[in-house]
Ligand binder design. Sequence first.
Ligand code: ADP
Ligand code: 5SP
Length: 481
Amino acid sequence: MSAAEGPLVVGVDTSTQSTKALVVDAATGEIVASGQAPHAVSTGAGRESDPRRWWDALVQALAQCGEAAHEAAAVSIGGQQHGLVTLDAQGDPVRPALLWNDVRSAPHARRLVGELGGPKAWAERTGSVPGASFTVTKWAWLSEHEPEAVRATQAVRLPHDYLTERLTGRGTTDRGDASGTGWWATGTEAYDEEILARVGLDPALLPRVVRPGEVAGTVRDSHDLPFSKGTLVAPGTGDNAAAALGLGLRSGVPVMSLGTSGTVYAVSQRRPADPTGTVAGFADARGDWLPLACTLNCTLAVDRVAALLGLDREAVEPGTGVTLLPYLDGERTPDLPNASGLLHGLRHDTTAGQLLQSAYDGAVHSLLGALDRVLDTDADASAPLLLIGGGARGRAWQETVRRLSGRPVQIPEARELVALGAAAQAAGLLTGEDPAAVARRWNTAAGPVLEAVDRDEATLSRIAGVLSDAAPLLERGTDPR
Ligand SMILES: Nc1ncnc2c1ncn2[C@@H]1O[C@H](COP(=O)(O)OP(=O)(O)O)[C@@H](O)[C@H]1O
Ligand SMILES: O=C(CO)[C@@H](O)[C@H](O)COP(=O)(O)O
């Protein structure tokens, strides 16, 4: 038996690159055990991943947690948003999942926006103007390119739904992740039947949206997992909504997450509807809203530039006018799905370290450009920016965000905030508490604050200028993707 004060709960983060599991003491927030296992994502034009490997990774991650996982009284799964999981009548994947960073459905996104009233109408209806990341556009792509896969599909799920259903045997999702599909209406908080009819998706194939605080189900048998039959399973949610829970986030406090994706977001009581499409008007996992902007190129793009230069990721030198737009995977913010990376301002005396710094600057510029749109107009402009995700551990990332934002930057010591948020949701199920209040009790956001420095306006406006001048090149793309 563990020496925990309270019941143990398990929180899972099944993200793009790996699945991470934490066993947490619900009374104190102490992490009793943890595990992590990778999964593969295809490279090239599409980004696909086999959902069965996410399950294998979950089993491995939980096995690494040892005995503690056997004592869990409740479990919850947070996962990468938007991915299209198509299942047959047996619950097996019809094909690999199409992930959030697969840009092949960009033409379908444009077509759908035009067909259903334009950007403003979509934003008012679903909270977002769907780009290639949104599930609805992926379903449209699949219908055009693989009609046989669509015909074989008997259930449509998001990544966290898929794993939750394998635990409980019930098809469920939650409002946070449903709001990233493009077929969930934020005004009515229900599936939008007109949008579904437009893309030929039968609503009967979709999971039930469970309410915040509701039990999604119980573990139906122990499978190859450490859980006992009957262990409570919480609704789970998308990874950004889970991290918001994990931080115990209050309205108006900005977060920047630096991982496979880069995101900026805040909790709001107002239902978002940004007609420019920069901000996705997601629901959070509690009953509020989570306006969010997301980039496709963040830590992986900067690490790739460091590798090309043969440098350690921390070997940056102050920049001198070099601009690198690191859009290696196309980009979502700004909306340039066909773009590739672009370098401007190279001179004989430019050093490799300066080039690397310009990649950090380019990645952070995209996120900061969206931050003001994410925050309500009455948000406190001097509130520290909470910096999370794998990149938040890096000194070069921290200093770049500090210099380009002009804000104080707080770096929570807790590392796995998505999994912690899922754990807080599971704990809330046991105690009846609001999961965000659970996380605040656990003090998960605590960490050092870097004081604000003057914002580096010269760098921001140089990058904005190159971006604007290069727009036709970036829109055109370089290769037949
Ligand atoms: N100490 C570090 N300094 C800078 N970057 C880091 C550090 N540790 C991990 N990373 C970056 O974090 C990324 C993974 O972040 P994470 O938030 O775990 O990813 P995901 O978005 O897939 O959940 C890796 O791509 C790596 O580049
Ligand atoms: O698409 C989005 C948000 O809209 C991404 O944030 C995904 O949810 C993937 O997250 P990570 O794997 O980077 O955590």
